[in-house]
Design a protein around this ligand. Structure first.
Ligand SMILES: C=C(O[C@@H]1C=C(C(=O)O)C=C[C@H]1O)C(=O)O
Length: 422
């Protein structure tokens, strides 16, 4: 039922017919409904939306990509006929999206043919189809994903040792005063014996990291703890993370580590850069804002982060995507000052980030939506479905120790490694 033409930026918008209705659903998780391929997901604590198929799709790149995506979405939503029995966040006409870290990396929006959503015990189905060939609501299946089987891990663009040397180089440049903070990432290649059924790691991520946002868009899957921006009925929120410590598995020791993280001047400085960059980008779009003075410690199974929830009341009609465009790249994934850090990343990081560290999420026709930062994630290799590229990065400041940053990057790779393993 996919439209043969994916409706590129300049083409006339297809007339989509959209219907959301409540269904009875006894399956334990939303992920259970995903068919074999084309998984789309945005799930947290069991609630959220999953989808499949493509009623419309935009592929876009370049410095204007957010504006082009916004214009495309506006035309598509104004040409659609929507019957939404629920009118809750995620019901009605919704698209999923994932944006490249740099202007050159590919970005995309996908409008699924079917969405299954859940919120507070209510499950709904949305069908989206061209007016010329209406889709009947599907009977929801319950699928068991294939096991991933044995998996091997190999260095990506750089070995751990080579990456540590790049971190040391960055610390030198920070000490010389070229830049205050830069976020450097590395990749790891996961290789299975057979094509990886992405639903397997997705389910595991959602179960093991309920406080993160588990996402899937076009082969990019992960569980991010960092919400770049949410807009919901005039309220804007952002969860900023920066400053990390690994967990040991010993609760008493971890509590002591959490206390040391909250006092660490290196981590507090790194965090302050990230909060400032978010507050400055949101300020023109908010009439009042709450920027916490001190961060809290977010406990995840693998790491703990310094975290700040920034909130504001929308002052203008900027959509969730418009706000994500204003925020990206925040100092949490790029550095400070932004331009210098971005150039340094492209000079020394030694790999393409693709959609890692870019905004990933969903939005609705009113401009509300949620965009996370694509972290703790992996990208399925479009050429070889047995392979995935996993990513992790660390904020580097004057006090950073390359060996500790390498250990931190390994801890950030744990969610994807465990989700893929047996
Ligand atoms: C860049 C990543 O994480 C970011 C860097 C952090 C840090 O350096 O302390 C913490 C959270 C994220 O903002 C990643 O997970 O790949």
């Amino acid at each position: 039922m996919s439209l043969p033409d994916t409706y590129p930026a300049g083409a006339p918008a297809p007339h989509l017919v959209v219907r959301s209705h409540v269904v009875t659903d006894v399956s334990p998780t939303l992920m259970d409904h995903l068919p074999t391929s084309g998984a789309l997901a945005w799930v947290r604590r069991g609630d959220g939306i999953v989808g499949w198929g493509a009623a419309a799709r935009l592929d876009v790149a370049g410095s204007n990509r957010f504006a082009e995506a916004q214009a495309w979405w506006k035309r598509l939503t104004s040409a659609a006929v929507v019957r939404d029995d629920l009118a809750v966040p995620g019901s009605g006409l919704v698209c999923f999206g994932s944006f490249g870290f740099t202007d050159e990396d590919p970005s995309e929006l996908v409008v699924p043919e079917v969405i299954v959503g859940r919120r507070g015990g209510t499950t709904w189905v949305t069908t989206i189809s061209p007016a010329s060939s209406l889709t009947a609501p599907p009977t929801l299946g319950r699928y068991e994903p294939d096991p991933v089987g044995p998996i091997a891990f190999a260095d990506g663009a750089r070995s751990g040792t080579a990456w540590s040397a790049i971190v040391a180089d960055a610390v030198g440049r920070i000490t010389d005063g070229d830049v205050d903070k830069v976020v450097l990432a590395r990749d790891l290649i996961a290789i299975a014996d057979q094509p990886i059924d992405l639903r397997r790691p997705l389910r595991r991520l959602a179960a093991a990291y309920p406080n993160c946002w588990t996402f899937a868009v076009d082969g990019l899957i992960g569980a991010t703890p960092e919400l770049l921006v949410r807009r919901e009925k005039g309220l804007i929120t952002s969860r900023v993370l920066a400053g990390t410590i690994r967990r040991t598995g010993d609760d008493a020791h971890d509590l002591a580590l959490a206390a040391s993280l909250a006092r660490s001047s290196k981590d507090l400085e790194e965090h302050e850069f990230a909060v400032r960059s978010v507050a400055d980008a949101l300020e023109p779009h908010c009439q009042s804002m709450n920027v916490p003075e001190t961060p809290f410690v977010l406990h995840l199974p693998n790491v703990m982060h310094l975290a700040s929830d920034v909130a504001g009341v929308a002052a203008n009609g900027a959509s969730a995507l418009g706000l994500a465009a204003a925020l990206h790249p925040s100092a949490a994934v790029c550095g400070t000052p932004t331009d210098v850090a971005r150039d340094l990343i492209s000079d020394i990081e030694g790999m393409g980030r693709g959609r890692y560290a870019g905004p990933v999420g969903w939005m609705d026709a009113s401009g509300d939506g949620e965009w996370g930062i694509a972290l703790r994630c992996g990208q399925a290799d479009p050429q070889d479905p047995r392979r995935m590229r996993l990513f992790a990065g660390c904020g580097i400041v004057a006090g950073s120790d390359p060996a500790a940053e390498l250990a931190e990057s390994n801890a950030k790779l744990v969610p994807m490694r465990d989700a893929l393993g047996d």
